[in-house]
Design a protein around this ligand. Structure first.
Ligand code: GLU
Length: 476
């Protein structure tokens, strides 16, 4: 079957992770089968949609690399067509004018509730032939008289709905505006959508949409209703939660492909493979691996997947990612070692670019702060002499590169009669302010000669101050 999928978000705010996953599955399915992936913006609720939201949405999809076939379709531009389809249903006898007033409908529902029935429209205008003076009618769908509607769903199999549960839904309001079901099925038909992949929350809409499609003599698409994404605690995701905004992850320094990989795996699997490039996802994505149970977001898993992608990313991508995050910290990526050197030093360790930038702060700042615990522990009077000696040796070093730096530290340690590590750790604290950094020769090479020497002078002054204060902890 020809593949043409669509993502049909309502532009009421940010693109949420759940929305991005829906878009991704539609996109992957289309790309996998050489089909098309379309975007329809369901912006008929003008009060909640804004041009700004529409732009943000399109931009968000673009940032994740989910390219569109054709131009995005704005549902609001299609009202005339939706009205025509309502008219056609009237002509086919599949819809009728309903002149019930709001008061009448309220009284009907009250009466239904009073006798313990579910409130639903009872079809009292179905056989009305004459208009009612002064009342603008709505157009209602005439629900067919079949026993049940059967929805075929990739994930849920056959889902049966008793027709009596459905009522004659409004297609066109009295003011001429179409309702969701009418717009949705009309647009899917006109866009030639063959597969509707969307959230589980729409499953119960499907029998109504199917009836409409059948009444119009159209061919229904295939349906796939994806289970919800849940918060880590298993509760429903709150839309206000920052963690649900897909773009938040890019701002926070995750690779777009890693986020896609992570989302693809929330609800789909392919053997026990966890790490996928986007082209691997396209090659392996399909119906068979889809799972029907809800998945919980798991930040640890996302970080791990991101780390795997960072290990495999090219130097340019990594450098850009680091630069962006350094800027977010208020640091100048040009005021420090070349970015490609920094990313080499941290790519195996950092889970995200934000982590990497945090770890690399000392290399891109003119001044550092000494971590109190680390400096008390490692910048002690006993190492003063060795530290001063290594400072002098380093100041005369011709070639400021890891190999030469390593040899210089090793020689000084030996001549001072202390182990390499016993000198390395005070050096690290002096140059980075903390006790954790890449190998000491790489660390010094990243810091550069001027900053290394300056920071060693400050560390020596710190030790002198300890000696002067006769700090009891300074007795070695
Ligand atoms: N606009 C709907 C939503 O944002 C999606 C409708 C559909 O996929 O059919 O939930």
């Amino acid at each position: 079957m020809y593949v043409r999928t669509r993502f049909a978000p309502s532009p009421t705010g940010v693109l949420h992770l759940g929305g991005l996953r829906t878009a991704l599955y539609n996109w992957l399915y289309a790309r996998r089968h050489g089909g098309e992936f379309l975007l329809r913006i369901e912006d008929t609720d003008r009060a909640r949609s804004s041009d700004e939201n529409v732009r943000t949405l399109i931009e968000a999809l673009r940032s994740f690399g989910l390219d569109l076939d054709g131009e995005p379709l704005l549902q609001s531009s299609r009202v005339q067509r939706h009205r025509e389809v309502a008219q056609e249903l009237l002509e086919r006898g599949a819809a009728y004018h309903c002149y019930c007033t709001p008061d009448e409908l309220a009284a009907m529902r009250d009466e239904q509730r009073a006798r313990g029935a579910d409130p639903r429209y009872d079809g009292r205008c179905r056989e009305r032939t004459a208009p009612r003076d002064g009342v603008k009618p709505v157009i209602r769908f005439r629900r067919p008289d079949t026993e049940e509607v059967v929805v075929q769903d990739w994930l849920h199999g056959e889902v049966r709905y008793r027709n009596a549960q459905l009522d004659d839904l409004v297609l066109l309001r009295a003011n001429g505006s179409p309702t969701y079901h009418l717009s949705c099925v009309t647009d899917d038909e006109d866009m030639g959508v063959r597969q509707v992949i969307r959230g589980d929350d729409h499953l119960n809409n499907t029998p109504r949409q199917l009836q409409l499609i059948q009444a119009l003599g159209w061919t229904p698409p295939e349906y796939c209703h994806l289970p919800l994404l849940l918060a880590p605690d298993g509760k429903k995701l709150s839309k206000r939660d920052e963690a649900t905004d897909a773009l938040h992850y890019l701002r926070a320094g995750y690779l777009p492909d890693a986020v896609l990989n992570y989302l693809a795996r929330l609800g789909w699997s392919h053997g026990d493979q966890e790490v996928f490039s986007v082209s691997e996802l396209i090659d392996s994505f399909g119906r068979t691996g889809l799972g029907a149970s809800a998945s919980r977001l798991d930040a640890g898993k996302l970080n791990w997947i991101n780390q795997q992608h960072m290990k495999g990313a090219d130097a340019e991508t990594l450098s850009e990612g680091l630069a962006t995050q350094l800027k977010r910290l208020g640091l100048d990526p040009g005021d420090g070692p070349p970015l490609h050197q920094a990313v080499e030093a941290w790519r195996e360790r950092a889970e995200t670019f934000a982590d990497m930038a945090q770890a690399a702060r000392w290399a891109y700042s003119g001044v550092i702060e000494l971590d109190e615990r680390a400096s008390r522990k490692f910048l002690r009077p006993v190492v003063r002499e060795a530290l001063a000696a290594v400072r002098n040796a380093l100041s005369g070093l011709e070639d400021w590169a890891p190999g030469a730096i390593h040899a210089c530290i090793a020689e000084t340690a030996e001549s001072q009669g202390i182990g390499f590590g016993k000198l390395g750790q005070p050096l690290r604290v002096a140059v980075t302010g903390g006790a954790v950094s890449p190998p000491i020769d790489t660390t010094l090479s990243l810091a550069g000669r001027a900053r290394t020497l300056d920071r060693l002078d400050k560390a020596l002054a710190y030790i002198d101050a300890r000696i002067a204060a006769a700090d009891p902890a300074a007795q070695g």
